[in-house]
Design a protein around this ligand. Structure first.
Ligand code: C2E
Ligand code: CA
Ligand code: CA
Length: 356
């Protein structure tokens, strides 16, 4: 019955987990097993499908596991497995949409950069936001194809804005998941995107979170190579999660993005304000730029300007929107600046961090 099946499955997983010798090197393979017992059901296709559902559940629980199919789970597991399959194909099926949000300088409120934010036009569920799928994409690995698509699309759109507004070049910010940096071809992929769209390296900003530090040394090595090529690295969501002060020493960071949870409270809450002040003081001493996210009120903007934050981003200026809408917004934005201002509306050259 099912116990015997599970025992065999666990033996298969255990045997598969041992490293094997291949051409003088060691290779690791793993297995995830879904187990189903017939219990009256005799249709082989149905059984194989259920085993497949169980196998997806096993994978979802972590690598190298055994999952036994249960009828009650059929619906949710099937829905999840199919969601994950759709997600894996979302990039190649042309279902990803990239929205953009401006970053404006303080003081002066000139648009100096734009951040790319992905959305998924799901065939049944409508437009989905990152909260609905990015974590799943990071767990299943779909983030690789999603991230590659976003990076390329963002470079293409940045190049077209550059043609439309040659006097005011914009930097393009792209969020990068730690998993993407584990791929040894990532650096080449980034450099090819820049070359294909004739974008200068110092106008591409890769936003990474502190989790990169705890991931592979190879990921950090790639960031160093990208930095050496002139690409700008920003640390995202600073002050939350894993992003500790040590992050700034172990990564070649030039921009610190202050998490919006601090910005949200800064006008009413002395502690949030103190955190922002401390981060800005420290960043400035290290020669880094600061950008505050999630600015929604003028009160917040005034406080941030007083503290000396270099850039702001938030609903107060523009909600993330399509490439087309952003382009329209940019035209109005540039038209609102005087000629002299337009001439100086270039990306400020990033200061190199002092060598350790
Ligand atoms: P993030 O990088 O911190 O992006 C900023 C988020 O704050 C965006 O949410 C943006 O829409 C939202 N936001 C901007 N201004 C305001 C404001 O004034 N108030 C409030 N309440 N929110 C504001 P979004 O687009 O839902 O993205 C959420 C997260 O998903 C991003 O957070 C980022 O971590 C991740 N993400 C988005 N696109 C990508 C991508 O292409 N690749 C990867 N790996 N992650 C992405
Ligand atoms: Ca970001
Ligand atoms: Ca952020």
């Amino acid at each position: 019955g099912r116990d015997a099946g599970a025992r065999v499955a666990r033996r298969i997983v255990a045997l598969g987990a041992a490293p094997v010798r291949v051409d003088g090197g060691m290779a690791h393979v793993g297995a995830s097993v879904g187990v189903v017992t017939s219990e009256g059901e005799t249709n082989v296709e149905v059984l194989i499908h259920r085993a497949d559902v169980a196998m997806y559940a096993a994978k979802a629980n972590g690598k190298g596991r055994v999952h036994i199919f249960e009828t009650g789970q059929l619906h949710s597991d099937m829905a999840r497995a199919s969601f994950e399959r759709q997600l894996a194909a979302a990039a190649s099926n042309g279902q990803l949409v990239v929205h953009y949000q401006p970053v404006v300088s303080l003081p002066g409120l000139r648009c100096t950069a734009v951040e790319a934010l992905v959305r998924w036009q799901h065939p049944q569920r409508g437009l989905l936001y990152p909260a609905d799928f990015i974590q799943i994409a990071e767990r299943t690995g779909a983030i690789r194809s999603i991230g590659a698509h976003v990076l390329r699309r963002a470079c293409a759109d940045a190049a077209s804005w550059r043609n439309d507004h040659p006097s005011a070049p914009l930097a393009i910010h792209v969020n990068i998941s730690a998993l993407q940096l584990d791929d040894e071809h990532f650096t080449d992929f980034v450099l090819n995107c820049l070359r294909d769209f004739a974008l200068p390296a110092n106008q591409l900003v890769l936003e990474v979170t502190g989790t990169v530090v705890t991931s592979s040394p190879a990921a950090i090595a790639q960031l160093n190579v990208l930095f050496a090529q002139g690409i700008v690295i920003a640390i995202d969501d600073f002050g939350t999660g894993y992003s500790a002060l040590t992050t700034l020493r172990s990564l070649p960071v030039q921009i610190v993005k202050i998490d919006r949870s601090f910005v949200a409270g800064c006008a009413d809450n002395a502690e949030d304000l103190a955190v922002i002040e401390a981060v800005v003081t420290m960043a400035t001493k290290l020669g880094l730029q600061t950008i505050a996210e999630g600015v929604e009120t003028l009160d917040q903007q005034e406080l941030l300007e007083k503290i000396g934050v270099d850039g702001v981003q938030g609903y107060l200026y523009l909600r993330p929107t399509t490439a087309e809408n952003l382009s329209t917004w940019l035209s109005g934005h540039h038209a609102g600046l005087t000629t002299i201002e337009t001439a100086t509306a270039v990306v400020t050259p990033f200061r190199k961090r002092p060598s350790a």
